[in-house]
Ligand binder design. Structure first.
Ligand SMILES: *Cc1c(COP(=O)(O)O)cnc(C)c1O
Length: 218
């Protein structure tokens, strides 16, 4: 069924939209079922869990860190992580840069923008984003590449509110993209709202439960 869900979703995505299959809490067998069906990009929100899966599973998988990230965990994934979605401070970006440098690589990152009503969701506002992108300290980070933005809408059935929040993120994305040619990824949309996100300009959707089924948190 994972295979069917995956292929059904992939078939509906426009060509310019990349799927991240969110496998958090799910066992290796589930990841392998999606892998066998052709999926190569997987998203996790806990560093330890992602490291374990990276160690055990095929090495051509691209691992995306999509969750809130603590600075002291960056070192464990710096060797292999493909894209970090939720960077919400300069300090974190700077730590990712330091750890990437130790592995002689450059890590692609998305800056997380706060668009939801709930204040439980992390992220920067537009002013904080501009401050980071314009600072000399940022320009001196040679081992991180900020390639776009990420955001999460409010968890609500109100589709119009979700749409407005995605529009807000898209307009911030457009404004920084126009002055920075490296900015190309807009990560927005999950199982419940990815169609709206795509209508509003998403280029990357993070979908978990619609592919793998409900998660069991113990
Ligand atoms: C869990 C998670 C997702 C996927 O959520 P679903 O509703 O299961 O699709 C997407 N983005 C982030 C940041 C997540 O933590």
């Amino acid at each position: 069924m994972i295979k069917d869900n995956l292929l059904e979703i992939k078939n509906t995505l426009p060509e310019h939209v990349t799927l991240v299959a969110v496998s958090k809490t799910k066992p290796d067998e589930d990841v392998m079922e999606a892998y066998t069906a052709g999926e190569r990009i997987f998203g996790e929100n806990k560093v330890q869990e992602m490291v374990g899966k990276w160690e055990r599973l095929p090495k051509d998988i691209k691992w995306h860190m999509i969750g809130h990230l603590q600075r002291n965990k960056v070192k464990y994934m710096a060797e292999f992580v493909d894209l970090v979605h939720g960077v919400d401070s300069f300090k974190l970006l700077s730590e990712i840069n330091k750890r990437a440098q130790q592995h002689n690589r450059t890590i692609d990152c998305l800056l997380q923008i706060h668009i939801a009503e709930e204040d439980t969701k992390f992220g920067l506002d537009k002013d904080e984003l501009d401050l980071i992108l314009k600072s000399d300290e940022y320009l001196n980070l040679k081992n991180v590449n900020v390639v776009g933005l990420m955001g999460m809408a409010t968890f609500t059935n109100n589709k119009e509110q979700v749409r407005r929040e995605f529009q807000q993120l898209k307009s911030i994305f457009d404004s920084i993209k126009s002055v920075n040619p490296r900015i190309k990824i807009l990560s927005m949309g999950m199982s419940g709202d990815y169609q709206v996100a795509i209508e509003e300009g998403s280029t990357m959707v993070r979908i978990g439960s619609s592919i793998f089924g409900k998660r069991n948190y113990k």
